[in-house]
Design a protein around this ligand. Structure first.
Ligand code: ASP
Ligand code: MG
Length: 403
């Protein structure tokens, strides 16, 4: 007998039929003699709809009230799933985040899990209940409900698996696992059977939408082995773990991220401390900077170009335009850009990865604006209108059709 945590995303519980489908997956697992804790997201587009409702009333709602509202989405799905399981004749209990012991910090809207008190969960499991927990939420020291940020139910599930020392954590979604590229957009995208935490973390951060990146961080930290699989087909999925033995395949995936804005500052003084001052200012505003490029100084000035997430565009613009240090420089911003990345831990020991990627882009006549590399990834910044073409070309170069 094992303890299994199963997480189902919004699309897996989108309507009555899908809720019943999830109830069958859960009860099948329970029938085999396992203890089961289920974490669910809000149904379908519920969270987006709730946000729209809020904005109809107040275009700048307080974060506290926003969390109060958004927590209701998951409350609906846990109750419905518990009813579905009862209908199939099995014992179930639904719990909100706070009832399941989730305490978080008080950063409403993107709270961090601090601790999970597991006594209630253990009690219910001890009573042979299938426990259904509302994902994406917890309670802070002021006894207020908090949410963990969009896509946060993955983190809820992984954190429960860690706290309860579960034997397995299964993340059910509407795709069959982690692919070498978005299977809906890229011809020949292949399902991976295994991937390491680090690779998954890069893929999640770089725009592969299958797992939320914080959940992968938690999984890596507590060594929770994850399985990503489809709630619709029940085929075996992708395992995310510390080491894999697929050494042959050195690239795991190609991703596209269009949530990027590029800033250029032309003509900054070529003296020590400039980069520090600019990026320190951005850091003080919690703006995460990604790719950075600095030109060689000439005639006493140099140029700095960097990218931030598109949501930070206005704030970054304002900050740079009002910075007296840059009063003689020209600041420009471009949001029509996309970041294309290849990820794979084997890259380190395989020369020529960058050349393969650049050749593929050259082959379809796409211009590279910026390049950044790490041990396990190469990213390029290109025009956003070329993004899908670029992903297809790069993917085809690394994963030839008949391999
Ligand atoms: N329902 C929340 C969202 O859509 C949490 C989640 O789906 O994981 O962001
Ligand atoms: Mg959702």
């Amino acid at each position: 007998m094992a303890l299994i945590v199963q997480k189902f995303g919004g699309s897996s519980v989108a309507n009555a039929e899908r809720v019943m489908n999830v109830a069958r997956i859960v009860t099948d697992t329970y029938k085999q003699g396992n203890d089961v804790i289920v974490v669910v997201s809000a149904q379908g587009d519920t969270t987006d709809d709730l946000i729209a409702k809020a904005l109809e009333i107040n275009e700048k709602p307080s974060r506290r009230e926003m969390d109060m509202l958004l927590c209701s989405g998951e409350q609906i799905s846990i109750a419905l799933l518990a009813m579905a399981i009862e209908k199939l004749g099995y014992p179930a209990v639904s719990l909100l985040g706070w009832q399941a012991g989730f305490s978080t910090n008080s950063t409403y809207g993107s709270a961090r899990i601090k601790k999970i008190r597991t006594d209630r969960l253990k009690n219910e499991i001890g009573n042979k209940k299938i426990v259904i927990v509302a994902g994406f939420q917890g309670i802070c020291k002021y006894d207020d409900m908090t949410t963990l940020g969009r896509g946060g139910s993955d983190s809820s599930a992984v954190a429960i698996a860690a706290a309860m020392h579960a034997d397995r954590c299964q993340i059910f979604t509407d795709v069959e696992g982690v692919y070498t590229a978005d299977p809906r957009k890229v011809k020949g995208a292949k399902k991976l059977t295994e991937i390491t935490y680090d690779e998954m973390l890069e893929l999640a951060t770089l725009g592969a939408q299958v797992l939320n990146n914080r959940s992968v961080e938690i999984a890596k930290k507590y060594n929770v082995e994850l399985e990503v699989l489809s709630s619709l087909t029940r085929a075996s999925g992708t395992i995310v773990k510390e080491v894999t033995d697929m050494e042959k395949m050195f690239i795991r995936g190609v991703t596209k991220d269009t949530n990027v804005a590029r800033f250029s500052i032309v003509g900054v003084p070529d003296v020590p401390g400039i980069a520090y001052k600019i990026f320190n200012k951005l850091a003080a505003k919690n703006i995460v900077v990604d790719i950075i490029l600095q030109s060689i100084g000439r005639d006493g000035t140099k140029d700095i170009t960097f990218t931030v997430s598109r949501d930070n565009t206005d704030e970054t613009c304002e900050l740079l335009n009002n910075y007296d240090l840059l009063k003689d420089s020209v600041v420009s911003c471009d949001t029509d850009v996309a970041k294309i990345s290849v990820v794979g831990a084997g890259m380190e020991s395989h020369p020529g990865c960058a050349a393969t990627m650049f050749e593929a882009l050259y082959g379809v006549d796409i211009n590279i604006q910026m390049i950044a590399t790490s041990e396990i990834k190469i990213s390029v910044l290109i025009d956003s209108k070329d993004a899908d073409r670029a992903v297809n070309a790069v993917h085809a170069a690394f994963f030839p059709e008949n391999d």
